[in-house]
Design a protein around this ligand. Structure first.
Ligand code: SF4
Ligand code: SF4
Length: 59
C-alpha cells in the first residue's frame, strides 16, 4: 500500500495518470488520494516529481 503525503503534493496529477488500476483520485480539498484497491506496484512513488508518495505497512 502506498500513501500520498498531502502536505508535500503539488497537485501535478501525474500519479493519477500513471496508476495502472486508477487507484488515485483528487482529494476533496487539496492533493490526491490513493484508495484501497492499490496493488502496490510502486509506479506512482517512482514517478512523483517531489517524492510525496511513500510505501506504508498494512496494519
Ligand atoms: S505525482 Fe506527486 S506531486 Fe503529483 S499529484 Fe501525485 S502525489 Fe502529488
Ligand atoms: S502503487 Fe501502483 S497501484 Fe498503487 S496507487 Fe501507486 S501506481 Fe496505483
Amino acid at each position: 500500500m502506498y500513501k500520498i503525503n498531502k502536505n508535500e503534493c503539488i497537485e501535478c496529477g501525474f500519479c493519477e495518470k500513471i496508476c495502472p488500476i486508477k487507484a488515485i483520485e483528487p482529494y476533496i480539498s487539496f492533493g490526491y488520494e490513493i484508495d484501497e484497491t492499490c496493488i502496490s506496484c510502486g509506479l506512482c512513488s517512482k514517478n512523483c516529481p517531489i517524492n510525496a508518495i511513500s510505501k506504508i505497512k498494512l496494519t
